[in-house]
Design a protein around this ligand. Structure first.
Ligand code: F6R
Length: 242
């Protein structure tokens, strides 16, 4: 496990975007696993800058997003489809048909999980999976539980997750109760994983996840088993690592 603590978020963003750029140079057809939320925003900004300067291109790459809310149309400003357009896809040359996001707004969610799993199987392996971390240890929307699911599935969001994400909605009641998420098995199958964590409020959970017992009650703790895990922390999130 490679844990790096950065004195500023600018340095962290540049390092994380640099990893993606390095991968795209070495392997233009790379398969990228992408995350949403506040954590990757600065990294996507850096990638857009690198693309604008023609340092990287995404034309041959493929991407898979971790998750999407159930019941929000793609056009809803808080859908992860809209997020990805806003922060990345609208600004780069990744063809739309190579950018995969689960569809949470369909009548047949079970079929959608099968479809997404089949796409992931076909892609064989994600080269680099970008992850943020939930306040309760979730990765993707794999919430703490007595058992976890390997493949894409529907999950009921925990109350603390809905409360954390309510900042983007007008009220807690508007935050969806369920999401479609890539499973923990798919995440752990990635060739390499980049976990990015920012902020004092996550210092304890990331320390516990990476140094404490491996338990499904802290899903990120399973990352300890991954052979190629890179962790990038800002100074606040990394405060407990000596
Ligand atoms: C988002 C995702 C979630 C977030 C996590 C942290 O696609 O899968 O696991 O990474 O909830 O969210 P932020 O970055 O908003 O604190």
């Amino acid at each position: 496990m490679d844990i790096r603590v950065f004195p500023t978020n600018e340095l962290l963003n540049a390092a994380a975007a640099g990893l993606v750029a390095h991968l795209l140079h070495a392997k233009p057809k790379a398969v990228l696993g992408l995350a949403t939320g506040s954590t990757p925003v600065g990294i996507y900004e850096e990638l857009v800058k690198l693309y604008a300067k023609q340092h990287i291109r995404f034309r041959e790459a493929t991407s898979f997003n971790l998750d999407e809310y159930v019941g929000l149309p793609e056009t809803h400003e808080q859908s992860y489809h809209a997020y990805m357009q806003q922060h990345l896809f609208a600004h780069i040359d990744l063809p739309a048909e190579q950018a995969n996001i689960p569809n949470g707004n369909t009548a047949d969610l079970a079929q959608e999980c099968l479809r997404y799993n089949a796409l992931l199987e076909h892609a064989k392996q994600i080269d680099l999976q970008l992850l943020g971390l939930g306040h309760n240890g979730h990765i993707g929307f794999n919430e703490p539980n007595h058992a976890l699911v390997a493949g894409t599935h529907i999950v009921e969001l925990r109350e603390e997750t809905r409360i954390a994400n309510a900042r983007y909605f007008n009220s807690l009641a508007e935050v969806p109760t369920h999401a479609v998420t890539m499973g923990i098995g798919t995440i752990l199958k990635a060739k390499s994983i980049l976990l990015v964590v920012r902020g004092t409020e996550k210092a304890h959970i990331v320390h516990e996840a990476l140094t404490g017992p491996i338990t499904t009650e802290n899903p990120a703790s399973l990352l300890q088993t991954h052979p190629n895990l890179i962790v990038m922390l800002d100074a606040e999130a990394g405060a407990l690592f000596k």
